[in-house]
Every structure is written in C-alpha cells, then in structure tokens.
Design a protein. Structure first.
Lengths: 153, 714
C-alpha cells in the first residue's frame, strides 16, 4: 500500500554506508565532507554526540549516526567520514558515517514512503522513504528528524 | 525637500535633547528657582523644536513649541514651577518620545496629534500669564521660531524694507568681484537675466547651519545660477561662517519669487535681496568695495531665453555629496555596530592565526632551527593583536550611564504612583560595558528597581515603626571587579521574609515541608527565581518579590552573567548582578584533565596552589582545604566532567582557586598548560551542553577546547 509519488522530478542524494545498510541524504543539506579528525568530547551531552570539531574556525557539533540509530559504536577507519550538514535556518552539524559511497540521482517515483509495517516506530522519524537503485535499497534520511532531538531519552 | 539624510542625526540628537530635558526637569522639580536649569531646559526645548520643524514633523514641533512657551514663561519669571506643570511637561516628554519611536519604526509621526496635551499646555500658559507677556499667543503658527520678541520684530520689519533700510546688513554690497565673476554677471545682464545680491541670515539657534545653507543653495540653483558666494561654498559646507552668507545670483525670476524660495527653508532668520546693475558690479570688480545705494532697479529687461551663465565657476557649486552637518565640537563618533562586529571578527581571526604561529614555534623549538628573530616577530604580533583587541573592545564599550539615566525619572514616577517617599542614588554610572550587554541590561535593571520601589520600600508608617527615616533609599551601584562588572540594586526596605517565601513555596507544591525546613535562607531566596513562583506572587499579599524575577535571571544568564540576592529582614535587600566585561575574547588559563584540555577564564582565578593530599579535610563528607584562613571547597573537575584522571591518587593536587563574588572554590586539575588569549565560540544548540561549559575555543593546533563556566561550578 505504499503511496507512490506521482511527481516526476528527481533529486540527487549522497549515499553513505553504515554497516551493511545504505542511507541517502538529500544533497541540498550537504555542506562539506571531511575526514575523521580529533573530536573534543562535550561532557554530559547526549550519548550519540561525539563532541565538537573545528571546521575553518567554526565549532561544529558532531553526532554518530550509528549511535543515533542504536547501532554498535563506530570503529574509526580510513574510510570514516564526517558529513557536514547545513539544514536551512539551522546551524551546521556533522554526522559520522562509515564511508561515503556515491552521488545518486533518484526519481521521486522510485522512492516509497515508509510504511509502519516494515519499520519500527522510532526509526520512522529518521526516514522519509526508501529508494530503489537496481537491487539496492537506499533508506532516505529525514535529516531534520535525525538532528532534532524530539524524543529525548 | 529631501531631509532623509539628516534623519539619523535628528533621531540621535532628539534622544539627547529629550534626555537633557528629563534630567533638568527632575532638578527643576526640586529647585524651582534654578536659573541655570531653566536656561538649559529652554535651550534643549528650543533646539528640539527647530529640528522637528526642519524635518517637517509638525506634531512634534507644535508640541515642543507649546512646551517651550511654558518654559519661556517660567524663564521670564511669569510662572512658578509647581508639581502640576512638571507633571504636564513630563507627559509632554513621554509623548515626544513615543512620537520619536514612531518615526524610527514607522517613518512618520503616527496618528496622535497630541491636541489634548497642547490644549492643556495652552491652558497653563494663558491661565494666569501676565497680560504683558509677548510670548505665546502672538505666534501660534508652528515652524516660526520665537526669539526674544524684540529681535524678531526688528528682523521682520527690516526684512520687509529690504532696499532702503540697513544697507550694512546687505553684505553683498561690499562684494569684490574677480574679473571672471564680474564678467559673467555683466554677460548675464546683457542676456536679459537679473543679477541680484542676496544676503541670508540664519537663526542664531540653528543647529545645522551648513545644511540650511545647502538647502538655500539648492533652492537658488533651481531658480538660476549663483555667480559668487561669500564665504566660499566650500567654507559654507564646512560651516565656516557666522550667521549670514551672501551671494551674487543670476536669475530670470522676480525678487519676490526668490525670496519666497529662500524663506521656505526653515530656520532662516531673514534675507536681503536687491538687484545689482552692471556699473556696481564693474566698479566693485576693480577692487573698490562700493557702498551703493540703489534700490530696486528697473525690470524692463526683456525676459528672453538665455543659456544660464556658462561662466559660473565650477567650484562654486555646492557638492551635493558633502552636505552632512559638521558640528563645531565633535565629542563622540557614532559607529555602526555591524562594522564593529566585522572588525571584531577580523581580530578574532588574527588571534587564531597568532596562536597557530605560537604553537608552531613551540613545536619547532627543540629542533633549534629557529632564529631569535622569529620569536621577536611572534612577540611583536602578539603585542599588536592584544592592542588591537583592546582598542576594538574600547570602541564597543559604552558607559552604563546610557542605561542608568532613565532611572531617576522612573523612580520619581514610582514614588508618585505608590505614594511612598524614596530617593534613588546612583554611583558608578561611568563604568563601561560591551555594547551588546548594555542593550540587553536595561529591562532586567528596570525590573529590579521597580521591584525595590514597589515591594522593597515600605510605607511611611511602617518605616517609622522600625525607626527608619521616612524617605526610603534605593541605590544603584556599578563597579568593575576583575573581568566582571557588578551592578547592585539595593534598598533599605523590608527585606525578604524567608519564612513567608517558604510557606508560599510549600503551598505551591514547589517544595515539601521537610525540604523547606532544612532549606537555608539562601536557598529559600533562590526560590524567588523559579518561573512558577512568580505567577503565584501576583495574587499573594506576601512582600511580592518574585514577580518576573525568573525573567530577570534568564535575561542576565543569557548575557553570561548571574544574579545574587542578599537580604536582611527589616533592613533591606540587594540584588547583585554580575556581568562579563566582554563577550568575545578573554584571557584564560589552559589546563589538562586526563587527556582533555579546558580553559578557565583568568578573571575569576585567584591563585594556583600545590596541595598535598594529606591537607584535604572533610566537612559534611565533602572535601575542603584550609588555605590562609579560609575554608575552600574542592571541586574535582575530573569527576564533574567524567574524565579519568591521569594522576596518581597520592600525588600532590594542583588546585586552581577561583572566586565568584566572595565565594571561593578550588578546582582540582591534572596539569597546567599556561595562559592564553582565547576567542569564545558558541556551541550550536543541537548538542546538549551542560551549564558548566560556557563555550568553546579553537586552540593554535586547530583543536577545540571547552571553556569552563566558573559561576556554575562554584
């Protein structure tokens, strides 16, 4: 019963890997992609925030997408990247991902809205749909849902 | 007439005048006979009226005009100052202020025509004004100034009889023309134009003389060509002239038309115009200043189309751009805050760059590859950045006076409204604070002062009962303390009744009875700052302190400051506001805890001590040390910040002694790095930053270090 969006427009997404899963992020939110660097821990902050980094003179908070999604903690490797996101009217924020795979163009047609059947409720906040690229399924992230801290644990 | 370029000056100056009026009125209320004060008021009112008229703000002008009339009656000794008059004048000031606000926000005066007030003022003037008073009723039209009556009369009279009387006032008659000037004039006359000599007198009270002159010139250029002016246009623009300036003017228009044009410019006292003939001009051009007595000359010259005198020297035209008024005494510069912010950011960048250089030099030092010259350069750079920072900060600093000056009036009003006698004493108004803080501190202080007036000071009877003087005292003191500015609002009123506060809190369910019993007085007083507490206070008969205090606290904390309350029942209370001197760059001590680096603002550090573990004592199972007569609680920063200390348990402790007001605390750190100038960066709101972290900074190596907020940790 997935509702199909009749809109034929397409958007570009950055596809990132988190374990075996692929996630797509609307390219308009991406400000920059930087290599892993020293992160200064902020005591008593949310569990999934690793701390803050210096990006060209600005102090930017960095969150672990893995911890945010309740996955096991990051193992930093040479592919680990920090995506700097700049949502409109919000300050910049970084998210740590295992690796960045590619830039992908998806028709709005090929994205299905997530149904409550195949996703647990709290994950629903983070996703805005599931895109199909050949055999692969790419979960499209709802960035505002990810960075905003609504359901404070 | 485009006056928009003067709007900013107008707004600023009007504010200043209104402030002067308000201050002087307060003095006048106490010393109704003070001639200096009356004169000062009169001057301010007069300038205000003139400026409003210039800018075309009719209501404002009308209102100030009427107020000025009242002042004038007072000045001439025809009226005695009484409470009624002062109240009325204060009302007038309030109205003027709201008109000004409307001009600032809406760009016009708003709908209020102030007729009610004007009528009241008129009533005061007419009521028992001595019949001989020449002042008010004679000139009801807005726009025309009212000078000393005699001078006005003379001026108008002479203006009427331009040609005949007062030829020495027609300064243009003593012109000496240069060859090309006389040539141009003669040519123009030959071509059928009229040549006029014009002398314009501006009012003595005129503030923007150059601007007025510019407007006159502009008007004249619409009507014809200015062949010569004295003083030169450049001097006129620079305001290098007395009250008059003269021109030789070529035009096809009639004298009346020109005169009308000139007189339409406000604040022009009068102008003299006469037609010049060729001979006079030619005579004068040979160098003999001629006193010619010709009156209006024949106008039989045909009015044919002629190209306007091409011979007009270019430099005689007023440059349209350079018209801003230049007051003779320039004491202050108004700077756009945005420009300062930009400058500030640049300085921040510079400091970061400098820090980078410093850490680079430290790292390379071991390699011995650096010459002494390199270090010299760094020291030099350091000196520059520090100086630059200081001077930029100074530009941003504004004395508290600009906030404090509205309070005497406010307390006066409170005193009247509440029917309690009280006096406000202000000290330290010259203390300076960052502009951004100044802008925000007004409301919280207003709140605290009202609070003192309303709830602190008791009624006269009650004060008598406790043997206090009938007149209550509220004092507002400001002073600098290290890197903080302290503002104290204190009163000698009833103080805070801690028991009542506790009861109220129990009633409201904020604390339980058991909690309340063990609560210290200080903790109980802190309850007043709870948001939920304030609403409860409004309906209670309790001393009432607490209404909106939570808002005060939030506002001050937003500025990086804090509020402390001291109160003694029946003796009074004081609210102590502590604010950071600057917001952007501070000196700090860098320390390490475990593997992490933290910055502690230097301003709050007293000393650094090396304490053997055996010196730690326990009071109520918390660690304290005894140091030079004071007992100082220890704060294990590694525990507070969830860090594993790198130090052995039995090592001596490195303790940084910090202070918040007169409270001390000892921060236990692992190691000291040194003093560093740091640029404060805010941390975005996504991440829950604990209160003890006041911000972050970027170190020379590009890493981020967090800044500890001493005020929350102590």
């Amino acid at each position: 019963m997935a509702e199909v969006n009749a809109n034929l427009e397409s958007k570009q997404y950055i596809v990132v890997n988190l374990g075996n899963e692929h996630y797509g992020i609307d390219i308009k939110y991406i400000d920059n992609i930087v290599r892993m660097q020293n992160i200064t821990r902020v005591p008593k902050s949310q569990e999934y925030f690793k701390g803050v980094i210096n990006l060209r003179g600005e102090v930017i908070p960095v969150m672990s997408l893995r911890l945010r999604f309740g996955l096991e903690a990051d193992q930093y490797a040479k592919d680990t990247r920090i995506l700097i996101l700049k949502p409109e009217s919000h300050g910049a924020i970084g998210i740590i991902v295992d690796s960045v795979k590619e830039v992908l163009t998806l028709d709005n047609d090929s994205i299905e809205k997530p149904s409550s059947k195949n996703a647990s409720d709290d994950k629903l906040v983070f996703l805005s749909g599931v895109g199909k690229n050949g055999d692969e399924l790419i979960s499209i992230l709802n960035i505002l849902g990810v960075i905003e801290d609504k359901e404070d644990e | 007439m485009d006056v928009s370029q003067y709007l900013e000056i107008f707004i600023d100056e009007t504010r200043e005048h209104l402030q002067t009026l308000s201050e002087q009125l307060l003095i006048l209320e106490k010393e109704p006979e003070n001639a200096d004060t009356i004169n000062e008021i009169f001057r301010a009112a007069h300038s205000l009226k003139g400026m409003a008229g210039t800018m075309g703000y009719k209501v404002m002008q009308e209102l100030t005009h009427k107020m000025e009339d009242v002042f004038s009656e007072v000045r001439n000794g025809k009226k005695k100052v009484d409470a009624n008059i002062v109240d009325l004048l204060f009302k007038g000031l309030d109205r003027l202020e709201s008109i000004l606000d409307s001009i600032v926000t809406e760009g016009n005066e708003g709908d209020d025509n102030c007729q009610d007030l004007i009528d009241q003022l008129l009533a005061v003037i007419n009521n028992d004004a001595a019949p001989a008073a020449p002042a008010a009723p004679a000139k009801k039209k807005g726009g025309k100034k009212k000078e000393a009556a005699a001078a006005t009369a003379e001026a108008t009279a002479t203006a009427e009889a331009t040609a005949t009387a007062d030829s020495d006032k027609e300064k243009f008659r003593s012109f000496t023309y240069a060859d090309f000037e006389s040539h141009a004039i003669v040519n123009a006359i030959d071509e059928g134009m009229h040549a006029y000599g014009i002398t314009v007198y501006v009012q003595e009270s005129c503030l923007l003389k150059a601007a007025r002159a510019f407007l006159v010139f502009k008007k004249l250029e619409e009507l014809g060509t200015i062949a010569k002016s004295e003083p030169s246009t450049q001097d006129i623009e620079d305001e290098k002239f007395d009250l008059h300036f003269s021109m030789a003017f070529l035009s096809k228009e009639s004298i009346d038309k020109i005169k009308e044009g000139i007189m339409n410019v406000s604040e022009i006292e009068t102008c003299y115009i006469a037609e010049l003939d060729k001979e006079t001009v030619l005579k004068a051009s040979v160098g003999e200043a001629q006193e010619s007595d010709e009156a209006e000359e024949a106008k039989e010259e045909a009015k044919t189309e002629t190209p306007a005198a091409a011979a007009t020297p270019a430099q005689q035209k007023p440059a349209a751009g350079a018209t801003a008024s230049k007051p003779v005494v320039n004491r202050s510069v108004r700077v756009d805050i945005e420009k300062l912010d930009d400058l500030m950011n640049l300085v921040s960048e510079l400091i970061i760059a400098k820090n980078g250089l410093v850490s680079f030099s430290n790292a390379e030092q071991e390699a011995r590859s650096i010459t002494a010259g390199f270090n010299d350069q760094i020291e030099y750079l350091e000196r520059i950045t520090t100086n630059l920072h200081q001077s930029v900060m100074k530009v941003r600093m504004v004395p508290l006076e600009s906030v404090f000056n509205r309070f005497p009036r406010m307390i006066r009003d409170c005193s009247k409204k509440l029917d309690k006698k009280m006096e406000l004493y202000i000290t330290g108004e010259e203390t300076e604070l960052d502009r951004t803080v100044i802008d925000e501190i007004g409301d919280p202080l207003t709140h605290l002062l009202r609070n003192s007036a309303d709830h602190g000071i008791e009624s006269a009877e009650e004060r008598k009962k406790y043997g206090k003087p009938e007149v209550g005292t509220i004092s507002l003191n400001a002073y600098q303390e290290g890197n903080n500015v302290v503002i104290e609002v204190s009163d000698d009123g009833g103080g805070i009744n801690v028991e009542k506060v506790k009861n109220k809190a129990i009633e409201k369910g904020i604390v339980t009875k058991e909690q309340a019993e063990v609560m210290s007085d200080k903790e109980a007083i802190d309850l007043l700052f709870r948001p939920s507490f304030s609403t409860a206070e409004k309906v209670s008969d309790l001393s009432g302190r607490g209404v909106g205090l939570d808002v005060v606290k939030t506002n001050i904390e937003k500025l990086g400051g804090d509020v402390e309350v001291k109160s003694v029942l029946h003796e009074g209370s004081s609210f102590i506001v502590r604010l950071p001197l600057t917001l952007a760059i501070i000196q700090s001590l860098m320390v390490t805890i475990g593997t992490e680096k933290y910055a502690i603002p230097l301003g709050s550090i007293q000393t650094i001590e090396d304490i053997p573990v055996s010196d730690i004592k326990y009071v109520q199972s918390s660690e304290v040390i005894h140091l030079r007569g004071s007992v100082i609680p220890l704060v294990r920063l590694n525990e507070v910040l969830d860090i594993e200390s790198s130090k052995d348990k039995n090592d001596n402790l490195t303790v940084v002694i910090v202070s918040k007001g007169d409270k001390l605390a000892g921060f236990v750190v692992d190691d000291l790095i040194g003093q560093q100038e740091i640029v404060i960066k805010s941390i975005s709101k996504y991440i829950d930053t604990p209160k003890m972290i006041s911000g972050a900074t970027i170190l020379g190596d590009g890493e981020v270090a967090l800044i500890l907020d001493v005020n929350t940790l102590v």
